[in-house]
Design a protein around this ligand. Structure first.
Ligand code: ADP
Ligand code: MG
Length: 395
């Protein structure tokens, strides 16, 4: 267990909060989704209520280790200010920390909030350079990490700075660790993991880690075709990772000998082309036409998967069941999302695209927890200790 902001005295202190303000923008330069900003408000409001002054930091996008105003956090400062209902001082320093920033931090009073410029304007950030970490730390008395979405990176602002200051987690970080951690370690049985998405290779460590914990896997999405191939089916033009077929065969054997169920599709929605308006038809898995590709699970499969979900007490979902971005192939993912929303089990969604799918169907609020961290949630589910978490003080 890691210490949180409840375990420290913030009154009269300057607190450095690493947030995940890596928000998406429209082509017109407007913030298109501010969920990541909203998700950290409880932490910021709590600390302000305790009488702290805050220095906030985040990365945004992937500037090449140098200042690039396309990735300035200016728009985030504005949005944050309106969400918090108080002024947010933003100094757009190309060096992130300079004399003006140091002076402003030194003058910070209880209830003041300032936001630094994009930490990735400095090349030392992603290299976890100790000098930059020290510069950041010199602004404050306490370090709080609330950036779960960046916790799988050992960077100066996510890990390095913690070696210079007492370091604790914010509420969002705590919530993510609790839900993802409890799901993996203390799940109530029956515990089902639903895995889908595009690539088996990306999910192998997750499957291996969860094999010891789940009662059954449900496999859909593009990765299902490598499983179907391992079972001896022809998959036409569907996504197939030929080099993973032997591994998957071994996995199927291991699951069988350890009594872990693996549910695979029995039918698919097959299309001629990777296009929403392609000619398509439902095919049984032993009859996928050679010139077609499976882009969604079929209706029989959706029924089978949803029945299984109804029996579960804990469900972890990572990876869509089909190409849900195209309405013609979204039905399977939608059916599974609805089954989760209604099943009454603990439901935890990890993975950026899965979270986007649940949001697209308007069902985010019906899930126990939708993780804000794409890559970070995946690495957590692999059983890895995340550097940004490891750096925090233990209770
Ligand atoms: P997550 O971000 O939730 O971990 P992934 O990144 O692994 O999920 O996979 C998401 C992608 O998988 C989506 O863009 C989706 O279109 C794609 N996908 C799902 N099913 C198929 C399929 N049958 N063929 C090709 N791509 C698929
Ligand atoms: Mg993804």
């Amino acid at each position: 267990m890691k210490k949180t902001i409840r375990d420290i005295t913030a009154e009269g202190k300057k607190v450095f909060v690493r947030c995940d303000f890596n928000v998406p923008f429209t082509d017109a330069g407007e913030i298109s989704d501010d969920i990541r900003i909203r998700a950290t408000l409880p932490t910021l409001e709590y600390l302000l209520g305790q009488g702290a002054g805050l220095v906030l930091a985040s990365h945004l996008g992937r500037p090449a280790g140098e200042p690039d105003m396309k990735y300035s956090l200016g728009p985030v400062a504005e949005r944050l200010s309106s969400l918090l209902g108080r002024e947010v001082l933003f100094i757009s320093s190309p060096a992130v920390v300079d004399d003006e920033v140091r002076k402003a931090a030194a003058n910070l009073k209880a209830g003041d909030v300032m936001l630094l410029e994009n930490v990735r304007f400095r090349k030392e950030e992603t290299k976890n350079g100790p000098a930059f970490a020290k510069e950041l730390a010199s602004l404050c008395d306490i370090y709080v990490n609330d950036a779960f979405g960046s916790a799988h990176r050992a960077h100066a602002s996510t890990a390095g700075v913690a070696s210079f200051l007492p370091a604790v987690s914010g509420f969002l970080m705590e919530k993510e660790l609790k839900f993802l951690g409890d799901t993996v370690e203390n799940a109530e049985s029956p515990f089902i993991a639903i895995l889908g998405g595009a690539k088996v290779k990306d999910k192998i460590p997750v499957i291996e880690n969860l094999m010891k914990k789940v009662d059954a896997f449900i496999i859909g999405g593009g990765m299902a075709y490598t499983f179907l191939k391992a079972k001896g089916h022809a998959v036409g033009n569907s996504l197939l990772e030929e080099e993973q077929v032997d591994f998957v065969k071994g996995l199927l054997e291991k699951a069988e000998s350890s009594g872990v169920g693996i549910l695979l599709p029995v039918d698919v929605v097959a299309a001629k082309e990777f296009k929403n308006d392609s000619e398509k038809r439902v095919a049984a898995v032993n009859g996928i036409p050679v010139d077609m590709m499976g882009l969604d699970i079929g209706p029989e499969t959706a029924k089978l998967f949803c029945e299984e979900i109804k029996r579960a007490r804990t469900v972890l979902w990572n990876g869509p069941m089909g190409v849900f971005e195209m309405p013609a192939f979204a039905a399977g993912t939608k059916a599974v999302a609805e089954a989760l929303a209604e099943c009454g089990a603990v439901t935890v969604i990890g993975g950026g695209d899965s979270a986007a799918a649940v949001k697209q169907f308007g069902l985010s609020g019906k899930m126990t927890h939708v993780s804000t961290g794409g890559g970070a949630s995946l690495e957590f589910l692999e059983g890895k200790e995340l550097p940004g978490v490891a750096a925090l003080l233990d209770i």
